[in-house]
Write a protein that binds this ligand. Structure first.
Ligand SMILES: [Zn+2]
Length: 325
């Protein structure tokens, strides 16, 4: 899967660059038509560059002086050109190639050979598209969030009505998003029975952060375990490495439905390892579960886990089931 996505994206990046170059050529032609002197300047710049290269090849021992001179000539020509452009109200960079990403010049890679953030993000979005989460992100975001579906009647022994509680949770979620770049150790634990908007709120947060170019991985605990096991048994290596590493590397990891997976000591240890590594690395995680913190500690008896859970802000979802309304 990873290979296919990467191949598809490389083709798209190539096309993007071709288009960029084509558009630059069009803009150049426009300028040349309007200000013919600039065409001559460009030709002179090209010639100066060419004769400089020739000189370097012909005089490998003593070219420094000539290079300095050529550089001076080119600089002067560029200034002349900038002056002519400004005079005609054309931005000085109008004839440059306009890259969508100035970090990698739309190659997708940095000089070091590692992937640029824009490519990482594209890979993730593509992965999202394939897992169908993008569709739910369209429907579930803060814009479509309606606080009025939550009951304003007292509920059980709770101090706040479900609506007041939800207003509280939403403002904490909004704070989480706006302070996302701060290394404040914020992690969220959403708990409560199904049908109370936990998944919806996770989608809202995912959407807001994706819009800020964050890499968000949103998976159920069940799928995460499949990825971990695939990694352990080396199935479909490359794709799985990518998925597995993204659990550690993503800016935000949302683990949905913790506690429904069939867990064993190995997989539990692995999930906690992921969350713990993220905490140590200052990366944030949201866990959503139908279990209460007490039930969680009964299932995951590991002491490490209770220590990890201390790093999460527990937010309880309660009220009448919304799915029937
Ligand atoms: Zn880039």
């Amino acid at each position: 899967m990873y290979k296919d996505i990467l191949k598809e994206l490389s083709t798209e990046y190539e096309r993007k660059r071709d288009r960029q170059i084509y558009e630059q050529r069009m803009r150049k032609e426009n300028v040349y038509k309007k200000i013919p002197a600039i065409r001559r300047i460009d030709e002179d710049i090209f010639k100066a560059g060419l004769s400089m290269s020739k000189y370097i090849i012909g005089n490998p021992d003593k070219y420094m002086e000539a290079v300095e001179e050529a550089k001076g000539t080119i600089e002067k020509l560029k200034m002349e050109k900038a002056y002519l452009l400004t005079e005609s109200n054309i931005p000085v960079d109008y004839m440059d190639i306009k890259y969508e990403c100035n970090t990698c010049n739309d190659t997708g890679y940095l000089d070091s050979g590692s992937q640029c953030n824009c490519l990482r993000q594209a890979l993730v979005s593509r992965a999202y598209k394939m897992s169908n989460i993008e569709n739910s992100l369209e429907a579930e975001n803060f814009k479509t969030f309606n606080i009025n579906v939550f009951s304003s009647e007292p509920f059980g022994n709770e101090n706040m009505t479900p609506r007041e509680n939800m207003q509280d949770i939403v403002s904490i979620a909004e704070g989480f998003i706006s302070n996302f770049n701060e290394n404040n150790g914020d992690n969220l634990l959403f708990y409560g029975t199904t049908g109370l908007g936990k998944t919806f709120l996770c989608s809202c947060i995912a959407k807001s952060l994706l819009d800020k170019n964050k890499i968000v991985i949103y998976q159920t605990a069940f799928t995460i375990l499949e990825i971990i096991e695939g990694h352990r048994f080396k199935r479909d290596t490359k794709a799985n490495d990518y998925e597995y590493n993204s659990l550690f590397d993503a800016d935000l990891l949302i683990i949905d439905d913790l506690g429904t997976e069939v867990s064993n000591t190995f997989t539990n240890a692995e999930i906690f390892n992921i969350v713990n590594t993220r905490i140590i690395g200052g990366k944030k995680t949201i866990i959503s579960t139908n279990l209460t913190p007490k039930e969680i500690s009964e299932i995951y008896t590991d002491r490490i886990f209770s220590r990890i859970l201390d790093k999460f802000i527990p937010l309880k979802f309660y009220g009448p089931d919304l799915r029937w309304e």
